[in-house]
Design a protein around this ligand. Structure first.
Ligand SMILES: C[S@@+](CC[C@H](N)C(=O)[O-])C[C@H]1O[C@@H](n2cnc3c(N)ncnc32)[C@H](O)[C@@H]1O
Length: 219
């Protein structure tokens, strides 16, 4: 079972990405995924790798108050301004996915869009364990991964697992793998996959293949 890691060249970094995305709003897919969650009834959602806070509004609209976490200061500053200017119930804070500053069993929904495939394997394993720890029993998680055959794997240089920088957010590391590998990795953390959906889309360069896993903490 093959898994591929890439690393983007020097011209790309998360602070640059955050500046570019400062005013962009939620994609249709994000809106759909947020509305697929059981309504929040003013419980907490955790947006892991919240970036510039694009998901805050759709999560609020489905009844969630949001804690956003991201390790990039530029992203936190932009997402804090977005929350303030748009009067959103959202509180972005600095943290990494593998060490969540959140109480056990306190979160009803986790939204991790565009984030988990940017972690090293060690960080991903810890992040999934953290996701299980902070979720309420019965809580849901939407976890986004990239398929092995997604064309974007050609964008970065392929690297060996030993060459992945730690922490991986220092660079833009991206992992591509098969559905079986994703499923097995999630299963190992003790979270139950309820369903997985592959969304495909054609760019000029090729096919984008995004996996969305809707998961639940059963016990
Ligand atoms: C492609 S962006 C997606 C941002 C946001 N979820 C969205 O869809 O607009 C990836 C985000 O993951 C964050 N990130 C990278 N490594 C992370 C880590 N170890 N823990 C949490 N977030 C991380 C980056 O700073 C960046 O904001």
């Amino acid at each position: 079972m093959e898994t591929i890691w890439t690393i983007a060249g020097d011209e790309t970094s998360w602070p640059e990405w955050a500046s570019r995305m400062a005013t962009s709003t939620a994609s249709e897919t994000m809106e759909q995924l947020a509305s697929d969650l059981t309504p929040g009834s003013q419980h907490w959602a955790l947006d892991i790798g919240c970036g510039t806070g694009r998901s805050f509004l759709p999560l609020n609209q489905n009844g969630y108050k949001v804690i956003g976490i991201d390790p990039i200061h530029e992203a936190i500053i932009i997402s804090q301004s977005r929350a303030k200017n748009e009067n959103l119930s959202a509180w972005p804070i600095w943290a990494t996915a593998d060490r969540l500053p959140i109480r056990n069993e306190s979160i009803k929904a986790i939204f991790a869009i565009g984030t988990l495939y940017h972690l090293s394997p060690i960080e991903l394993e810890k992040a999934l364990t953290e996701i299980k720890r902070v979720l309420l029993v019965g809580g849901e998680a939407i976890l986004h991964f990239l398929d092995l055959d997604d064309w974007r794997r050609k964008l970065g240089k392929q690297i060996r697992i030993d060459d992945i920088p730690m922490p991986s957010y220092q660079a833009v590391v991206t992992c591509f793998c098969s559905e079986v590998v994703i499923r097995t990795t999630i299963h190992t953390s003790g979270i139950t996959v309820q369903n997985s959906v592959l969304k495909t889309q054609y760019d000029e360069e090729g096919e984008r293949r995004d996996w969305f896993f809707h998961c639940v903490r059963q016990r």
